[in-house]
Design a protein around this ligand. Structure first.
Ligand code: ZN
Length: 135
């Protein structure tokens, strides 16, 4: 059975990443690591490491992304929870067998990691991202 390792990150959808960084860094006082353009996800992401996990602020750079649709519907707020697992293929197969609705039937393979999303309809309302670190 695949095992969970940690919460990799909590992602927060934002409309204005500069304003959001100002809040998380200057007002709340988290340490800000860096901001990254992630063309594969059509978004800009700001990283705030907290212990072994991270808070990520995600701003879509295109209207045709899930995050952009989420923002249009709900406004800024918590978008998804990312759990790191030691074997994502095994975990997805396991969840499929338990009738959990998978957004990605097979993991997306990115540099250094594999990832897949579970549909909030079958996860008590939380968009869950699974990560397997491969590097
Ligand atoms: Zn994520």
């Amino acid at each position: 059975m695949a095992e969970f390792k940690k919460i990799n990150h909590v992602a927060i959808a934002v409309n204005n990443i500069d304003e959001a960084i100002t809040f998380w860094r200057d007002t709340l006082g988290l340490s800000f690591s860096h901001i990254e353009d992630v063309p594969s996800q059509k978004s800009k992401v700001a990283f705030f490491p907290v212990g072994e996990s991270e808070v990520e602020l995600v701003m879509p750079t295109s209207d045709d992304t899930g995050t952009a649709r989420f923002l249009a519907k709900n406004g800024p707020g918590m978008h998804h929870l990312c759990l790191e697992v030691d074997n994502i293929d095994e975990k997805l197969a396991e969840l499929k067998q338990k009738n959990v609705q998978l957004i990605n039937e097979t993991p997306l393979v990115l540099e250094g990691r594999k990832m897949a999303f579970l549909h909030p309809k079958s996860t008590q309302g939380v968009l869950i991202e699974l990560y397997e670190i491969t590097k």
